[in-house]
Design a protein around this ligand. Structure first.
Ligand SMILES: [Zn+2]
Length: 281
């Protein structure tokens, strides 16, 4: 049993309408013709790879000024519909646009209470908003903390074009986690190239998780390994960043290149148990 914590329910047609995503395809050197034709493909690819569940991520840029992101929103209702067809195997994390102010919290409330979303995803660079923005982000964190809603934040560089990576520096999350010590925060992509900072933030804040998505296991930087195998073994999360990386190729690579280097029990923490804690399962 394993849980992929980082899946984008994107289809080829959706991606083609988004310049920043097409730049990410170039970044990942992807053959566009191999991108998913439909979101129903996610579960069949999970089956092929032996992955039991996946967190599917929403995204919302409707109130963000950056014109490159005008087609980027994936409505929470669509996300709920995709999850609804998957027999409980797809766990939806809502997307809201922090730039919408009070409406962002309202939409998050609706997504959690009416649509059954289990968490929130924010991509600070796509939304051009700093994670420690007291006016735009703190009301969202308040809701998440009060309602036990985990939040996955993009951190580090991004393959997405037409946006700035400075919004996604992990250091901003230290302040957030100090102010919201009951909030569960997952830092996507372990904040690379600021992964030392991301690790420092995780060491100071017990509710911080780090996902290793967007990397083939064989390319994971070697300075991550002592933490993954040691003091932070309860905090790392398996994630692919589907469809940029596919579960089958990720798992094959993991079994060959990373699993043999993990201490006993760490593989199970990484693939499943830490995600269960994040999700409150
Ligand atoms: Zn991603």
């Amino acid at each position: 049993m394993s849980i992929d914590c980082h899946v984008h329910p994107w289809t080829r047609d959706f991606m083609k309408k988004n310049g920043p995503i097409m730049k990410a395809c170039e970044f990942f050197n992807l053959d566009v013709s191999k991108l998913p034709a439909s979101t129903d493909q996610i579960v069949s690819e999970m089956d092929e790879a032996g992955v039991s569940k996946a967190v599917i991520l929403g995204q919302d840029t409707h109130a963000t000024g950056n014109p490159s992101f005008k087609n980027y929103t994936l409505k929470n209702d669509s996300l709920a519909a995709i999850a609804g067809r998957a027999d409980g195997r797809l766990i939806p994390f809502a997307g809201v646009d922090p730039n919408a102010g009070k409406d962002a919290v309202k939409e998050l409330k609706r997504a959690v209470n009416d649509l059954g979303m289990k968490g929130l995803k924010i991509h600070s660079s796509a939304n051009s908003v700093y994670p420690n923005d007291r006016k735009l982000m703190y009301p969202i964190y308040d809701f998440c903390q009060e309602n036990g809603v985990p939040i996955l934040l993009h951190t580090g560089t991004t393959g997405l074009g037409d946006c700035d990576i400075r919004y996604s520096k992990p250091e901003y999350l230290d302040e957030v986690c100090q102010d919201f010590d009951g909030l569960k925060v997952a830092m996507a992509h372990f904040g690379w190239p600021w992964s030392d900072v991301a690790i420092a933030v995780a060491l100071r804040n017990p509710n911080v998780f780090l996902d290793i998505s967007g990397w083939k296991p064989k390319y994971l930087p070697s300075n991550i390994l002592p933490y993954l195998n040691g003091i932070l073994k309860d905090r790392f999360l398996f994630g692919t960043d589907y469809p940029m990386l596919r579960q089958k190729e990720w798992m094959e690579d993991f079994r060959q290149s990373l699993e043999p280097r993990l201490k006993p029990g760490v593989s199970e923490l990484l693939l499943r148990r830490n995600a269960e804690r994040l999700l409150g399962a």
